[in-house]
Ligand binder design. Structure first.
Ligand SMILES: C[S@@+](CC[C@H](N)C(=O)[O-])C[C@H]1O[C@@H](n2cnc3c(N)ncnc32)[C@H](O)[C@@H]1O
Length: 512
């Protein structure tokens, strides 16, 4: 199961670090129940869990096989020898674990194939993989899929490719993983390959109140795939309550059709792949125009060290830094209340002791700087600031990224509050916000664009371009925000479409 860098885990720092490097955390029983119900639908004789952990799928599979009166041999893999003790403590016997091998599933795979595989893969982000392992994984993916899978794919992506390759003809795979597997940059190539070779039976998504991993800031999905000829439709399921019965019954194909706790949509694969497998069909965006037609987007400024470069005006004055070497800036999303940010808001922050000024000495040589600023920079050097990642790549090290103050800001990560903010204070944002630069600079056009952007219909469309995390949070990167569909009716009512040059599809920059 995926974890992302923002996830909150109820564990100590060292335990969290272990999780990051080993990718270990456990699937709840209620989820394992319906996952094995799918994998064991055809009553196979063997089941593989390629990332066993403490063995929740073995336990659920044993219960399922007993309840349905068939014999099942359990095969497992894990790289961590410590899990044997944990699996025994969780109730599995030595006999249950006799086919467990402590070996890497992806790079040292089983020689035989399996009719049923169920997995919660390790989530290890690509930058945590040792370079040699990463290179081997990329070679494997290229050979297996014949496609280039972007290097930002984490171990859980390679695990899925290997798991599919390890399925017997007709075999079933049930895979629980973070939504990033169908939202990341590698997703298109990956899912084109998968759906051209395997049959996608179902995707299970979870409402915020039914998330399988409540302590983890991630949007989990379950994929049900069969090694069969692909079909054009599949079931897209939303689980509303933590309950396995209806999901188990749907996925095991027992024909019962109660939908108290789940919503089932039959979807076309083509539509779902273009909308995104993690996104509901109703949110498929249909607008003719996207934000990129009317504005360009940039991320905010990365300072490399906010404590040093970003300060209150009071502190700047105490340090003797003149205002001419400071740029008004906003450093965190929660410093902005509501949908407008005005000069008095900067004063309000300053009064609360929040930093509002960014040091920017660009364009002046060291010798041209006031002695007080020279002393401040020297102090930074003494503290090793010039050696810090990112900062050391700048010349001179204290050179600041620059941005024109954007008329509109976008708070790109939030549960309820992903939103557009009219920037009337002339601030530049640090990396917590995105800069929206309308392609025309006149206030009337900016106002009309902002009204379209603040409309709840537009805000709802953010889901169709963003990456999803736990608790309905969504994160939208700059290029994705340019793809944000703007509802046709709003574009028309604000007459934005009149500003498009029909020959070039670009804005006509005439003044009103
Ligand atoms: C997210 S846990 C899932 C455990 C269990 N199946 C569950 O769902 O609760 C993933 C497991 O994969 C193991 N693992 C990590 N890298 C692996 C690899 N390359 N091959 C096999 N197992 C691996 C980890 O040690 C961890 O126990």
């Amino acid at each position: 199961m995926k974890r992302n860098s923002r996830q909150v885990l109820p564990r100590s720092g060292s335990a969290r670090e272990t999780l990051r490097t080993k990718g270990q955390f456990w699937t709840p029983d209620w989820v394992a129940e319906f996952m094995v119900a799918y994998a064991l639908r055809d009553r196979p004789t063997r089941l593989l869990d390629p990332a066993l952990g403490e063995g929740v799928f073995f336990r659920a599979a044993k219960r399922h096989a007993e309840a349905h009166h068939f014999d099942l041999a359990l095969f497992g893999r894990d790289v961590d020898p410590d899990i044997v003790v944990q699996a025994r403590q969780s109730g599995l016997s030595a006999a249950d674990l006799r086919h467990l091998e402590i070996r890497d599933f992806v790079l040292d795979p089983p020689s035989e194939r399996f009719p049923a595989i169920v997995a919660n893969p390790p989530y290890i982000r690509h930058h945590r993989l040792p370079p040699s392992q990463k290179a081997a994984l990329r070679d494997f993916a290229r050979t297996a899929t014949g496609r280039h899978i972007d290097g930002r794919a984490g171990l859980h992506v390679y695990f899925l490719i290997r798991a599919l390759q390890t399925l017997s003809p007709g075999g079933r795979l049930c895979y629980i993983v973070s939504a990033d597997i169908c939202e990341g940059v590698f997703a298109q190539a990956l899912w084109q390959w998968i759906t051209s070779r395997y049959k996608l039976d179902a995707v299970v998504t979870f409402a915020a109140g039914a998330t399988p991993f409540p302590d983890v800031d991630t949007n989990a999905l379950v994929f049900c795939l069969q090694n069969e000829r692909p079909e054009k439709h599949f079931d897209w399921v939303n689980c509303r309550q933590r309950c396995s019965a209806e999901l188990a019954s749907l996925l095991s194909g027992d024909g019962r059709k109660e939908n108290e706790t789940i919503d089932v949509h039959r979807r076309s694969l083509a539509e779902a792949l273009s909308t995104g497998l993690s996104r509901p069909p109703s949110q498929a965006a249909t607008g003719r125009h996207t934000l990129g037609d009317f504005a360009s987007i940039m991320r905010g400024i990365v300072t490399g060290d906010n404590d040093f470069f970003f300060m209150t005006l009071t502190r700047a004055r105490a340090l003797g830094i003149p205002e001419s070497l400071l740029v008004k800036a906003v450093g965190r999303m929660r410093d902005i209340e509501g949908e407008r940010f005005a000069p008095e808001d900067v004063e309000r922050l300053e009064a609360r002791g929040r930093p509002t000024r960014l040091l920017n000495v660009n364009g002046l040589s060291f010798d041209q700087l006031p002695a007080s600023v020279q002393a401040y920079l020297k102090a930074g050097e003494r503290n090793g600031l010039d050696k810090k990642t990112l900062i050391r790549t700048r010349k001179p090290w204290y050179r600041m990224e620059t941005r024109k103050s954007p008329p509109i800001l976008f708070a790109y990560l939030g549960r309820r509050n992903a939103r557009f903010i009219r920037n009337l204070a002339g601030v530049v944002p640090l990396t917590c916000l995105l800069c929206v630069y309308p392609k025309r600079e006149d206030a009337a056009f900016i106002g009309r664009l902002w009204r379209v952007l603040s409309d709840p219909q537009t805000i709802r469309n953010l889901r169709s371009v963003g990456k999803s995390y736990g608790g309905d949070a969504v994160k939208v990167e700059p290029r994705a925000l340019e793809r944000l569909p703007l509802p046709d009716a709003l574009v028309r009512s604000e007459k934005l479409d009149k500003d498009l040059d029909p020959r070039q599809g670009l804005l006509n920059f005439r003044e009103e």
